[in-house]
Design a protein around this ligand. Structure first.
Ligand code: 8X3
Length: 256
């Protein structure tokens, strides 16, 4: 792998995806910022290109649930950006906190489409080029929710179990090739995650992180960058990280 990587990041408009973009760019890598919300991407790209030099960040509008759009986005990358070294398949979300039989059809479709099919669409678009070039690294954002289940989060947990299965399965399918495959599985991270889950209910979202110290998006980005820049003979299969206050995946200490 070259020392300076071209990194394609889905869900790059906010949270962990945006933090990954900043972290990779800060160490001299170039970042392709993919998401539906192009206003946020343009602003992040302007920041990075202004601070670190033109050609640091490229904006690619992308709905990860659209398989053909994913293929077209990767095929349409301009010269100098097309050889993606690292794919950070980060786009994901949770909707609602209801028992599984009460989840709305819309919420279930959204979680499965983004979290599961979005990853598969990314693999279909990005892995063939890596195989052609004989180098590459796929990093998925899984979760502690891929290791457990908790009340109200069953569909979300199922999608994150699927992300871990897809990641482990990709490694098996790529056996004997130089392509690396990693999952980064964070526990509680303070981002817009809970705001999205609770449909913009700020009070309910803030209560999730009240009186405790969750991971930040930057903590998770550090882990992603570590996987990508580990020595070439090392494959981080999974990097599981939680805040110190989190135990047993679902126990959170407060008021320490
Ligand atoms: C986020 C972790 O436990 O809040 O992926 O669902 S959790």
């Amino acid at each position: 792998m070259p020392d300076s990587l071209t990194v394609f990041i889905t869900g790059a408009s906010a949270g962990i995806g945006a933090a990954c973009a900043r972290a990779f760019a800060a160490r001299g890598d170039r970042v392709v910022l993919a998401a539906r919300s192009t206003d946020a991407l343009e602003s992040l790209a302007a920041d990075l290109n202004g601070a670190l030099g033109a050609g640091t960040a490229l904006v690619v509008p992308l709905d990860v649930t659209d398989a053909q759009a994913h293929l077209d986005a990767v095929a349409g990358l301009p010269d100098g950006w097309a050889e993606v070294d690292v794919a950070v398949l980060n786009a994901g979300l949770s909707k609602g906190l209801d028992p599984v039989w009460k989840n709305t059809v819309e919420d279930v479709d959204r979680m499965v489409d983004v979290n599961v099919k979005g990853v598969i669409n990314g693999l279909r678009a990005l892995v063939p080029g890596m195989l052609d070039r004989g180098r590459g690294h796929v990093i998925t954002l899984a979760s502690t929710a891929g290791h457990t289940v908790y009340p109200g989060g069953v569909v979300y947990c199922a999608t994150k179990h699927a992300v871990r299965a897809l990641t482990d399965g990709l490694k098996v399918d790529l056996h004997g090739t130089p392509i690396r495959v990693s999952a980064v599985s964070p526990g509680m991270v303070e981002t817009d995650f809970s705001l999205v889950r609770f449909d913009g209910d700020r009070e309910r979202a803030d209560a999730v992180y009240a009186d405790t110290t969750p991971l930040s998006a930057e903590d998770v980005a550090d882990a992603v960058v570590y996987c990508a820049h580990a020595p070439a003979h090392v494959n981080v299969q999974e990097l599981l990280l939680t805040p110190r206050v989190q135990s047993g995946f679902t126990m959170i200490a407060r008021g320490e």
